[in-house]
Design a binder for this molecule. Structure first.
Ligand code: ZN
Ligand code: FE
Length: 758
């Protein structure tokens, strides 16, 4: 019997063909296998039972990093073709099937053992890899994923590596990134002085030098997978403050890399689910609850209750950490500029705080930063989706496998941006690319877009963008020519959940967000939207309030607080010397906006309670408000806390939630000396209670029971988890993002979904 089989998914660059070849020999089958465009195509012949067992084993025994999205087999009863053996054939680039680009994979256990085994030829080889691990997306030029199509093209294999590459029974059989000290890329260390790089020290001396600098409390840059990190000890306050100054980042927490799980557990609470994510091949940064005390210097995490922790994912990182202990590893960039990926970019930086650069000569084709996640029960919430995940596609389901479906480019929003390309039923979300306010970041956005379009062979016919006319991405989309559509920001957030979960019937969408441009030109962000895949309408929202416009006001929560107090009739309670200026602006409507933003409400309340008045990074005031509530909750199980009052009214068919009564009572309690942690906790309960009340009202009115939650405010775990639990208790089916971030990093997926449904 002969079977012709095609397998789609992550089947290239993960040792799939050698696996098939071994499996075929095991079952006594003959034939061939090859990469074809984005799938693996094979033909086998042999006894009928053996062919069937072979097909079953493909699914059951696939190599660790492989992901099978689809497998189709055609059977022919007779031995149609005669083969004398089983062969792995040269790749073919003829077919344009759905393409799956493997994401970058963290170093595997086998390679790590070899790295520290003095008897292994790759002992201490800083770029060791195999078919199960190593860089992928970040070094790819084109598909199929073969060595000449990657940055490894410059490094022909030596006879030793070639022999392993050729051997069927070897872990490095047909592995494209392998090398050894004789043939592979080399590390080197430069001392950095006055913006100049010294003559480099090579090989293991380079590692030794880097370690010496780190042990002396200096900051160095280390080349990773998708860019450089700034690296230093987390235990020395002066060093950490220097790093803050170098990065131009005053308070945003830094992530810390630990050599092993036991070290993570010494500093953080780790649940079994969190451990699973930490040790996964994606190796993201995981936000963990910090243990109190410990030697990690407070400026590392600032006011955050979390510590971003991760485990090493490159051999170089292991070589360093084994001898230095935990290290801060933060993207090497200045302020919000792009992450550095070339040695050249350090020249002329002229910052005396950087003392050295540990580099290597394997090139990075695309910048990919570390992913950041926060586990939620068995699931994961993404803060940032990048290395290890991008550009794995999100499956949109069979409804999109129609042949005449246009290919879509969704350009995303403004902050924390990603773009999304679709082909058939797959949505390829880019890695996190940063804030589209910096021209260099935007330039890299466009380069990454062209790169991914080229690899995926996608030529977008329909372009989807935000409604905001001033977003750089919106202007860019409209300038591309061709057919474009705009998708309202908060609708796109909800649509990202519908896309992930393949929901095609209408849902009640709760889009709790910082800001986004509304269909009435006002600033939205506390939205109750009835959404279908094609369109939406606004069923309710947080009551508009007049706020000061301008970018700086978003960071200055105290201004928002003044506006709230004034609107709630509590102007007399404002004791800020700057109030008269704000008052004048408000009364004359100078640079004011109408806002229904939930994010701004959280910021304002944070300032009202005296917790945080000014944000150095997006969402900081709200994060500190949440922390105060968490601290209160942790101090003991709070008795069933009642919500503060809020007011619901109907205006022109829309439900308007008014939190002014809540603010008045909070202020009264604060004046009476009540603990602000408790007030903050009750405020969170109030938002949950009011959202629940709204959902019940909308369920009755529109006969809908599905609720989708998205928007940056849901990164607040107390609000998010509390609301999910309450809504489930009240009998709702609740959906939220688990594959893309609820923040603006997930917008492009929603935009693409809506565009496909037009
Ligand atoms: Zn490996
Ligand atoms: Fe948003």
């Amino acid at each position: 019997m002969t079977a012709e089989i095609k397998v789609w998914g992550i089947v290239q660059g993960v040792g799939f063909r050698p696996f098939i070849s071994r499996l075929a020999s095991f079952h006594g089958l003959k034939g061939w296998v090859r990469n074809e465009g984005g799938c693996v195509h094979l033909k086998v012949c042999g006894a009928e039972g053996a062919v069937e067992r072979f097909i079953r084993d493909i699914r059951e025994k696939k190599p660790g990093p492989a992901e099978i999205v689809d497998l189709q087999a055609k059977m022919f009863p007779a031995l149609e073709e005669e083969f004398d053996s089983f062969r792995i054939m040269e790749s073919s680039d003829l077919k344009e099937d759905n393409i799956f680009i493997p994401p970058d994979l963290g170093i595997c256990d086998h390679c790590r053992e070899e790295l520290f085994d003095p008897s292994d030829p790759r002992y201490l080889h800083p770029l060791i890899s195999c078919m199960a691990c190593g860089p992928r997306y970040s070094i790819m030029d084109r598909i199929p994923y073969d060595r000449p199509n990657t940055a490894m093209e410059e490094f022909p294999m030596c006879p030793y590596c070639q022999d392993q590459y050729d051997r069927l029974d070897n872990r490095r059989h047909h592995a494209q990134t392998i090398s050894c000290p004789a043939c592979g890329p080399q590390v080197k260390f430069y001392t950095y002085q006055g913006g100049e790089l010294s003559f480099p020290v090579p090989d293991n001396k380079a590692i030794d030098q880097a370690i010496r600098h780190l042990q002396q409390g200096k900051i160095i840059a280390v080349k990773g997978i998708g860019g450089y990190h700034f690296v230093c000890t987390p235990f020395d306050r002066e060093t950490v403050l220097d790093l803050r100054a170098l990065k131009g980042r005053e308070t945003k927490p830094f992530a810390v890399m630990f050599e092993k799980m036991a070290d993570v557990k010494a500093y953080c609470q780790v649940s079994p689910e969190e451990e699973k994510v930490l040790t996964s091949r994606e190796r993201p940064i995981v936000l963990l609850e910090r243990k109190k005390g410990g030697e990690i210097s407070p400026p590392v995490f600032g006011t955050s209750q979390y510590l971003g922790a991760f485990l090493p994912y490159t051999p170089v990182q292991y070589l360093l950490l084994k001898r230095t202990g935990p290290l801060i590893m933060t993207s090497a960039n200045i302020s919000d500029r792009p992450i550095i990926k070339e040695e050249e970019e350090f020249r002329g930086m002229q910052d005396g705080r950087l003392s050295g650069i540990l580099s290597h000569n394997r090139q990075i084709r695309v910048r990919v930063e570390d992913s950041v996640v926060k586990p939620f029960g068995e699931e994961v919430q993404f803060m940032r989706r990048a290395r290890g995940y991008a550009p794995l596609p999100i499956q949109l389901g069979a409804a999109f496998s129609k042949p005449d479906l246009p290919q879509v480019l969704a350009v995303g929003g403004q902050l924390k941006n990603t773009f999304c390309l679709t082909k058939g039923s797959f949505a390829y979300l880019s890695q996190y690319l940063g804030d589209m306010e910096d021209q260099d970041v935007f330039q890299i956005y466009r380069e990454s877009l062209r790169h991914l379009e080229k690899i995926l062979k996608i030529q977008p016919e329909r372009i989807s963008c935000d409604l905001h006319p001033d977003y750089l991405t919106t202007k860019y989309a409209k300038g591309l020519g061709g057919e474009w559509i705009t998708v309202q920001h908060h609708y796109a957030h909800i649509a990202s959940v519908m896309a992930e979960r393949q929901i095609f019937d209408p849902v009640i969408g709760l889009s709790f967000d910082g800001t986004g441009y509304g269909t009435d030109g006002k600033m939205w962000g506390g939205e109750y939207l009835i959404c279908s895949p094609r369109e939406f309408f606004r069923a309710g929202h947080v009551k508009y309030i007049t706020l000061l416009g301008g970018d700086s006001s978003v960071k200055e929560a105290w201004k928002t607080a003044c506006c709230y107090l004034s609107a709630a009739g509590l102007a007399s309670a404002i004791d800020d010397a700057r109030w008269p200026l704000i008052k004048a602006a408000l009364s004359r409507n100078i640079n004011t906006i109408q806002s229904s933003s939930m994010g701004r409400l959280f910021d304002g309340v944070s300032s009202l309670l005296g917790i945080s008045h000014q944000a150095d990074y997006e969402g900081q005031c709200a994060i500190e408000l949440e922390r105060a509530a968490f601290d209160f909750q942790r101090q003991g199980c709070p008795k069933e806390e009642k919500a503060y009052p809020f007011h619901l009214a109907e205006e022109e068919g829309q439900q308007i939630i008014d939190y002014f009564p809540c603010i008045r009572e909070m202020m009264a309690e604060k004046a009476a000396g009540k603990d602000v942690g408790e007030i903050s906790y009750r405020f969170h309960r109030t938002v949950i209670a009011s959202a629940g009340t709204m959902c019940e009202l909308l369920r009755d009115r529109y006969k809908l029971n599905k609720v989708a939650l998205s928007g940056g405010v849901f990164q607040n775990a107390l609000l998010f988890q509390g609301l999910v639990a309450s809504l489930r208790e009240w009998g709702f089916q609740v959906y939220y993002n688990t594959l893309v971030p609820p923040n603006d990093g997930g917008l492009s997926l929603g935009q693409a979904f809506v565009a496909l449904n037009q």
